[in-house]
Design a protein around this ligand. Structure first.
Ligand SMILES: [Zn+2]
Length: 255
């Protein structure tokens, strides 16, 4: 079953939820350049897929997954020079998540989970700051599996782990599986691979895609993307999110 969608519910339906066993799931994305072949909302598509795949696993643990409206704006300074990218100050994102968590806590939801595949360091920093600030309130638990950190990233594909993972095979495969009609196939299939590692570039102090060696806002191998790999990756992402929630709630040991 797909998760309940908060914005389509009435307040009386929310009141009737078994709130002590409800997990609020927030898809976090960005409006950010993803090569000439993938839509700006690529990271949001991945986050939604992650949540849909996690939902069945959470239900199996007798929890009720509840899909929050997406947070589609975020900090995206690496891509800021590409038309279409919208980059919001990290502190704005942190404050928004802290406020949303406060409302959830007011109506006694025990855990908020952030589903995120947008890896700009400024954005990840904003999410970690939000997680720390919410935890400090002690009113609601937060699960945020950062895919760039142990143990989560090691479950993902070789390309992802190489760091050449922006709009390449990894992300392109997920979009092909989740929203094939939004992939510009005639462009994707002609793009040359760009094996430059974004994570290495970031550790060398580069701060834009162009500086990092991605003049078209992609890293990795777009033409190598397949629907099958996307399906597989979505299942792994769902497992990661579900595990992070269950660990946060003390229902399984931490990995
Ligand atoms: Zn992305």
């Amino acid at each position: 079953m797909p998760p309940l969608r908060l914005r389509e519910m009435t307040w009386t339906e929310v009141e009737l939820l078994d709130r002590a066993r409800t997990v609020a799931l927030m898809p976090v994305g960005a409006i950010e350049a993803h090569g000439p072949h993938l839509p700006l909302i690529t990271d949001g598509i991945i986050a939604h897929s992650m949540i849909n795949a996690a939902a069945a696993r959470l239900e199996a643990a007798e929890l009720t997954p509840l899909l929050l409206p997406p947070l589609d704006y975020s900090a995206a300074p690496f891509a800021a020079s590409f038309p279409g990218t919208i980059s919001v100050a990290p502190k704005t994102i942190t404050a928004l998540i802290v406020d949303v968590a406060g409302s959830l806590a007011d109506w006694e939801i025990p855990v908020l989970a952030l589903a995120n595949a947008h890896l700009d360091p400024a954005h990840l920093g904003a999410l970690h700051a939000a997680t720390a600030a919410v935890r400090e309130t002690g009113t609601i638990q937060v699960a945020f599996p950062d895919l760039t950190r142990r143990p989560w990233g090691s479950r993902l594909t070789k390309e992802f782990q190489s760091g050449a993972c922006h709009a390449g095979q990894f992300e392109g495969s997920v979009v092909l599986a989740a929203r094939p009609e939004w992939v510009r196939e005639e462009i994707r299939t002609t793009l040359a691979a760009n094996p430059t590692s974004l994570s290495t570039a970031i550790s060398q102090g580069k701060s834009t895609f162009a500086e990092a060696g991605g003049p078209q806002a992609y890293f990795g191998d777009p033409a190598g993307a397949t629907w099958e790999e996307g399906e597989q990756t979505i299942q792994v992402l769902g497992q990661i999110l579900a595990d992070a929630v269950l660990q946060e709630m003390g229902m399984i040991p931490r990995s």
